[in-house]
Write a protein that binds this ligand. Structure first.
Ligand code: CTP
Length: 417
């Protein structure tokens, strides 16, 4: 791509917001003032060349990224978090840059060596070219230089542009997935996100040898990759593909395939007033038919929070007990469902279409009697467990339609106290 064409893309507010353009110019000016070659790399360049809006800005400098970060903070404010071992920093922008995300990564151009498959790499400072060569795929191994007169120069030593045009995901070297098997998850994401294909020798690198290394990854790293999948628009395609490749057995021997019958539900946004998360919904759909022991054990392997494990378990339990609840009165449903996380109930609704679950979420859970504990006290009743029983009985009467107005509630209260 010619420099002028690239500059046109970088000035297109539909691809790069004017706030991001201002930020880039500020960084570029500072890099030029320090005589420090400075580049934007990775996903930014890929998405820009695809004519898609860019998200994160990853900045690489040939020089000391921490020193560069400190000078940016001095000039433009904000806060710097440094990682001395990797010579990287995260610049938390000051509120004068109205941006999302509000932080950006500053990286010292580096070479990486992996002492062991799957381990975190040893890092040494290097040139931008070597920095691009340490990356995952050709389409992610391009950079745009931004300091001074170099603004808008494209570096593409591995011909990522050709692969972008051909729609190919190509690893940079045969050990890429062995070094870092999280790249297999990344390949699956790009494949479905952009409707690209895995280049044939790259596809062959997803083999028993590289899959085996997945076992050595920490639960946190694997879960992060799975979270990213569930957050994507085509997550169902991705999670089914990951199963086809045999990734799950390597993560945990009991991790099942994702049930394709549930895949449409991944893309559904609830209109109900319940807190949802695409990843949580994804794990619930995935594991709801697993046994209690399996859910606990998979939860430990994937470093789930106890809340997440509990809400998946709640889905599995509710799904199993559904046949016993069907045909019950609203009060029975309500008292059975009330302690469960609303999202667990919603997910069971998605797969069962049992209307009572939706009635509970939208109506029944909000039904309360007018009478309160204070009213009971005022009637001269002694506070204690009986209070709860009376209020529950009143609530049940409302739920089941046995009382429909305040007077009827009062009559019932008079009867039972
Ligand atoms: N990268 C890599 N190997 C990894 C993770 C990241 O080589 N396991 C490199 C790639 O060059 C990638 C860059 O680091 O482009 C930034 O990583 P990240 O922010 O995770 O990805 P993006 O390219 O921004 O892609 P996405 O849109 O999926 O976030």
């Amino acid at each position: 791509m010619q420099k002028d064409d690239l500059l046109r893309l970088m000035r297109d507010p539909n691809l790069l917001s004017s706030e991001k353009q201002t930020l880039l110019s500020s960084i570029a000016a500072q890099a030029a003032a320090m005589d420090m070659p400075c580049y934007i790399v990775g996903g930014f360049v890929r998405d820009l060349l695809l004519g898609q809006p860019v998200n994160d800005l990853d900045i690489v400098v040939e020089g000391d990224a921490i020193k560069f970060g400190k000078s940016l903070v001095k000039k433009f404010g904000g806060k710097l978090t440094t990682h001395d071992k990797f010579h990287t920093a995260i610049w938390q922008l000051s509120s004068s840059f109205i941006l999302h995300p509000s932080s950006l990564d500053l990286i010292t151009a580096r070479k990486e060596t992996y002492s062991q498959p799957g381990a975190l790499p040893a890092v040494t400072s290097s040139t931008i070219e070597n920095d691009l060569r340490r990356r995952d795929f050709t389409i992610n191994a391009m950079a745009v230089r931004i300091d001074g007169d170099h603004f808008g120069e494209l570096l593409d030593p591995l011909d990522g542009q050709a692969d972008l045009e051909a729609g190919l995901i190509r690893a940079l070297h045969p050990r890429s997935f062995m070094d870092d098997p999280t790249r297999i998850f990344r390949a699956i994401r790009y494949e479905a996100r952009y409707s690209f294909n895995l280049e044939s020798s790259t596809l062959n690198l997803i083999n028993p040898e590289s899959l085996f290394v997945i076992q050595t990854l920490s639960g946190e790293r694997i879960r992060h990759e799975l979270d990213l999948i569930f957050e994507e628009e085509n997550s169902s395609q991705m999670i089914l593909r990951a199963g086809e490749f045999g990734l799950f057995k390597m993560i945990h021997p009991k991790l099942p395939l994702f049930n394709p019958d549930y895949s449409d539900f991944l893309e559904m946004d609830s209109t109900l007033d319940i807190p949802t998360s695409r990843a949580t919904t994804g794990y619930m759909l995935w594991l709801m038919d697993s046994s209690e022991d399996e859910i606990l054990s998979i939860g430990r392997r994937l470093d789930f929070t106890s809340d997440l494990t509990y809400s998946i378990w709640a889905v599995s339990q509710l799904k199993k007990s559904l046949p016993f609840l069907v045909g019950s009165k609203p009060s029975v449903w309500t008292f059975a469902l009330e302690k469960l996380p609303p999202l667990s109930i919603y997910v069971v609704y998605l797969v069962s279409r049992e209307d009572a679950l939706l009635d509970f979420l939208s109506i029944w859970r909000h039904v309360k009697p007018h009478t309160t504990g204070n009213n009971l006290k005022a009637r001269g009743l002694e506070p204690g467990p009986r209070f709860g029983e009376i209020l529950t009985q009143l609530r049940a009467a409302w739920l089941d339609g046995d009382v429909t107005n305040k007077q009827q509630e009062q009559d019932l209260l008079n009867q039972i106290t």
